[in-house]
Every structure is written in C-alpha cells, then in structure tokens.
Design a binder for this molecule. Structure first.
Ligand SMILES: [Fe+2]
Ligand SMILES: [Fe+2]
Length: 155
C-alpha cells in the first residue's frame, strides 16, 4: 500500500468512526422520514401536473401541456424514483403486500372515516359521501392484497 492509499484509508476510518451511530448503509430515522415526506410531495406533484397538462391541452395550449408533462415525468421517474431507491422501498413481494395492506387498512378504517365525520359535521355532505365511497374502495384494495398475501404464504 502506498503512503497516499494509507492516508486515504486512515481518513476514511476516521470519518466512519466519528459518524452517526448507524450502520454504513442504514439511514438515520429523520432522513427516512424526510424521504417519505419528499416522496409524498413528488407523487402528488406528478398527478397534479398531469391534471394541469390536461387543462392546458383542452384549452389548446399544447406547449404548456408539454411543460407540465415534462415536469410531471421528472417528479415521478427521477425524483420519486431516486428517493425510493435511497429508502430501499422495494422489499420482497410478501413485505410489499404487508406494507400495502397496512396503508389501505389505515385509509379504510381510520383516515377516510375521520375525514367523512369531519366533513359531515362541517356540512360538506357531498364530500363526506365521497370520503365514505373511497373508504369502501380502500377496503376492497386491502382485501385483494390480503388474498394475494395469503396465497403467497400458502394459506
Ligand atoms: Fe421534484
Ligand atoms: Fe387504495
């Protein structure tokens, strides 16, 4: 080993030993949380920009439609995708199904029911009905994921 390589190795060892108390490839909890929040924002921007592109296209403004679509593609295919890679989002099929089930169950049993109750209290009855319909859909999604998970597990 040359002196330069030795110095680099020593510097790397020092950097590792003074770093945070996580394994080399593990992320700090706050970083994971921030990646999740960023992915929510990117996914939302992707779908929102697609709607904006539709509006522009329907109004005959193809240039603006393309601008929104180009941005939407970057949000999904670069920003979301790279953040998902950083988070190591993709587990096994079984783990992915369990994760999906947890999300759908929360939306079905808790989130949309709470939103519907709040909308009803506020007098927004149409929106309350929408939340209840979507809650039911999420229950269907949960059931389909659970059936797939059971099948995978040989139950
Ligand atoms: Fe982005
Ligand atoms: Fe769903």
């Amino acid at each position: 080993m040359t002196l330069t390589k030795l110095l680099i190795a020593a510097a790397l060892a020092a950097a590792v030993s003074t770093g945070p108390a996580f394994a080399a490839d593990a992320l700090a909890p706050q970083t994971r949380e921030n990646l999740q929040a960023a992915m929510h924002g990117e996914a939302f921007a992707n779908l929102k920009y697609r709607r904006y592109a539709e509006v522009a296209r329907e109004g005959g403004n193809e240039t603006l439609a393309k601008l929104f679509e180009d941005s939407a593609n970057v949000e999904a295919n670069e920003h979301f995708a790279r953040e998902a890679d950083a988070l190591k989002l993709d587990g096994t099929n079984a783990a992915n199904l369990l994760d999906a089930m947890a999300g759908e169950k929360y939306e079905n049993k808790t989130m949309y029911i709470g939103f519907a109750d709040q909308a009803e209290k506020a007098g927004d009855l149409k929106t309350a009905a929408l939340f209840r319909q979507i809650a039911a859909d999420e229950g269907d999604h949960y059931a389909r994921y659970k059936a797939a998970h059971d099948q995978l597990a040989g139950k």
